[in-house]
Design a protein. Structure first.
Length: 759
């Protein structure tokens, strides 16, 4: 038993010696840069004091003028007056502001019969107006304002400067100085005999001073800039040159002696600690082997996971180094006041020795337990990171599978994801409100408990609603199975149940759509018969009427000729309508054969436009035509395409609103297709269902006061469909747009980039 206690004591003593040995190099590393200089007067600390004294000397003595002298030297030129006025707001704007400020007050005082207040406001207003006018009109007045501002700046400068006078007076006791300005011959010195420069230099470098150095002070680059007093300096004055020295009775001597003592102690301590550290390293193996055999807590320690052992070892080592670094940082204080810091030094070394001992023992065990890779693998399998990682991986895979299963129906998965996000947000809100209550005494904390109650109630209501929804879906399925049409189910949620309800509703909508299409077909059929009857009967009625007039005996020769012309016109119109109807019927049935050949769309469009040139020139609608410079070839029936263009241009002339613009453009799309666009503003109101305009005998003029059979768009669409193209209608209010898309011929596609550049 005595042997065990003896070994423990020796091991702790060894740890203490090792700590002391390590503290020496750490202290030298931390403090060495401060004690590398030969003496205190060559350290950055002293240099900073020297520069600070020179700064105060420059501020209070070398370029020190009284406030009275500076104010007397103030000058103001015309440029400054101009700049001062430009910085102000315009005179008219200031006058308007003054009127806005006082006129309402004057009117209010007059309204309340308060004549004294009204007179007072008027006097104040007139004084301010007069003052503002004088600023812009009277140079002497503006000069006086500028002078006052400069005097205020001087007063502010001297007020700020006085804050540093006490420091300047303190530094005067630390240094002696002699400075002379070569341009003015002005001398500033703390010496009693400052008339002769050589005598002053010998005195500063003599036995009465321990340190002296030459120095140059540029008054322009000085502390005056800190106070915004650059304009107070005379830039023509050359820098002051001279010397600054430290007298033997200066308080700085105490700092110099302390610096030398700390320097000697640091070197001695570092050397002794290095010797002690080498001795500890030599004895390290023997000490560790003895202590390892006598450990009682080895069994318990080795049961710990590997990462826990590493964490404890690193923690003890970090504690030891932290304590030693703290001692190194307080080296100067410990050296100056060893009695005051002695207790802290002993406690710190004791704790550092204990933590060092624990670090060494744990390191020894780690080396024994991890002597091979196989042993390391066994220890790693028992580590917290490995076991925790395996559990996290298994849990992650399980959650991933559950998430994947929840997205078999995506809507259900998305709803689950949204509910999770809502719960997370509620948790953050509740946590934030709790922190706000305890930290900021926020009364909104009282909402946390009601939120929990409301959430529970909402969950109950949602569950009840889903059960009721399930019963509705089951009832609708029973009615479908019985051959009855159920009522439309409400869309609730996005899960599998909602998908089933959506499918049942889709069946209902399909039947409803078929019924609507059938009703629409019947309506269009009726309208077709009505429109055909109306449009065919109109010219036929005219023919019958004028044929009857021809039979009358009292008709003159001229009247008979006119009747014949009308009958001829109506007959031709009737024939055209019948031919168009026959043609569109053939196209719809597919009985039309196309004569396909290489055709230039640009040329076809130009021919169609040429047919309407006189009508377009005489119309009050302005046409804007944009066509490519070169040809665009397609494989098409040129006669049929020309007919489609002719119908569309004719419709634009008939149905465009007067004094508007109509646009016809042709260009190549990104898919190497030709896009032809016709746009105009309709003079008639367009119905919401623009697709019905493709129906036969359907016209934009629903009153059917204009000529035309209503077959133009139907014929054009049939022609484009036969060419495997697309013709679409778009309406936006009264804006009417027809778009045609046709495929380019292969040779035309190769030339497409050049044509696009030409566009």
């Amino acid at each position: 038993m005595d042997t065990k206690w003896k070994n423990r004591t020796l091991f702790l003593l060894y740890s203490l010696l090792l700590v002391v040995g390590l503290s020496g190099p750490l202290t030298i590393m931390d403090q060495g840069s401060r004690y590398l200089y030969r003496d205190y007067y060559r350290t950055p600390e002293f240099r900073q004091q020297l520069e600070q004294f020179a700064t105060y000397l420059n501020l209070f003595e070398l370029n020190s003028l009284s406030a009275k002298e500076l104010k007397a030297a103030i000058t103001v030129n015309e440029d400054e007056i101009i700049d001062y006025r430009q910085q102000l707001e315009p005179l008219a704007f200031q006058i308007q502001n003054i009127h806005n400020e006082y006129d309402s007050l004057i009117l209010e005082a007059v309204a309340t019969d308060n004549s004294s207040a009204a007179d007072s406001y008027k006097a104040q207003r007139d004084n301010k107006l007069e003052e503002q006018k004088k600023v812009f009109e009277d140079n002497d007045y503006a000069l006086s304002l500028i002078r006052k501002e400069k005097e205020r700046q001087i007063d502010e400068y001297y007020s700020q400067r006085e804050m540093y006078r006490s420091e300047y007076l303190y530094n005067q006791d630390l240094f002696s100085y002699y400075f002379r300005n070569p341009s003015t011959g002005m001398v500033h010195s703390s010496l009693s005999n400052a008339d002769d420069q050589v005598v002053a230099q010998n005195e500063l470098y003599g036995d009465s001073h321990v340190y002296a150095t030459n120095y140059s002070i540029d008054i322009v680059n000085s502390a005056h800039y800190m106070f915004g007093a650059r304009e107070l300096l005379d830039a023509s004055i050359l820098p002051y040159k001279g010397w600054i020295a430290v007298p033997k009775d200066s308080p700085l001597q105490e700092q110099a002696r302390r610096y030398q003592w700390e320097q000697i102690v640091l070197l001695a301590y570092g050397a002794a600690a290095a010797v002690l550290l080498v001795a500890c390293i030599i004895r390290f193996k023997r000490v560790m082997s003895v202590q390892a055999e006598r450990s009682q807590w080895t069994t318990y320690y080795r049961k710990l996971p590997l990462d826990a052992k590493l964490l404890f070892s690193i923690g003890m080592a970090a504690l030891t180094l932290g304590l030693l670094a703290d001692l190194a940082g307080h080296y100067s204080s410990i050296t100056v006041e060893p009695l005051f810091y002695g207790e802290k030094l002993i406690v710190t070394l004791a704790i550092a020795a204990i933590s060092m001992a624990l670090t060494l023992i744990q390191g020894k065990f780690l080396v024994q337990d991890l002597h091979s890779w196989s042993k390391f693998g066994e220890e790693w399998k028992r580590s917290l990171l490995q076991r925790g990682g395996l559990r996290i991986k298994a849990g992650f895979i399980s959650v991933l599978n559950q998430v994947r299963d929840s997205f078999i129906y995506k809507n259900t998965g998305i709803r689950l994801l949204l509910l999770s996000c809502i719960w997370i947000c509620l948790g953050f809100i509740g946590g934030w409100m709790t922190v706000s209550f305890f930290q900021y005494n926020d009364s909104s904390f009282v909402l946390v408990l009601p939120i929990l109650a409301i959430v529970g109630l909402v969950v109950f209501l949602l569950t009840t609603r889903r059960l009721g929804y399930l019963n509705k879906v089951a009832k609708a399925a029973d009615e479908l199975a019985a051959g009855r049409m159920p009522d439309e189910l409400p869309q609730s949620g996005s899960d599998v149940l909602a998908s089933l309800a959506s499918n049942i509703n889709a069946l209902r909508r399909g039947v409803t759509l078929l019924q609507n299409e059938q009703a629409k077909s019947e309506r269009l059929k009726t309208e077709l018969i009505t429109n055909v009857s109306h449009d065919l009967r109109t010219p036929l009625t005219s023919i019958i009427t004028y044929a009857g007039l021809l039979k009358t005996e009292d008709a003159t020769v001229e009247e008979r000729a006119a009747y014949v012309d009308i009958i001829n016109q109506k007959s031709k119109r009737l024939k055209t309508m019948i031919d168009d109807l026959f043609e569109v019927s053939r196209m719809a049935s597919g009985n039309v054969k196309l004569i396909l050949e290489k055709s230039d769309l640009v040329q076809l469009m130009q021919q169609a436009l040429a047919e309407y040139k006189e009508d377009m020139d005489g119309s009050d609608v302005q046409f804007r035509v944009s066509l490519p410079a070169g040809p665009l070839f397609v494989l098409a029936d040129g006669q049929k395409l020309w007919r489609a263009f002719d119908n569309l241009i004719g419709n634009m002339l008939k149905y465009s609103l007067s004094h508007t613009r109509a646009y016809i453009s042709m260009q190549i799309s990104e898919t190497q297709e030709v896009a032809i666009t016709f746009k105009n503003v309709s003079k008639y109101e367009i119905s919401d269902n623009a697709d019905e305009l493709f129906e036969r005998f359907k016209r934009g003029d629903t009153s059917r006061h204009t000529e035309g059979a209503g077959l133009g768009l139907a014929i054009a669409k049939s022609i484009i469909d036969l060419h495997e193209g697309r013709l679409t209608l778009e309406t936006d209010g009264d804006l009417f747009k027809v778009s045609i898309t046709l495929k380019l011929q292969a040779s035309a596609k190769q030339a497409a980039p050049d044509l696009i550049a030409a566009l």
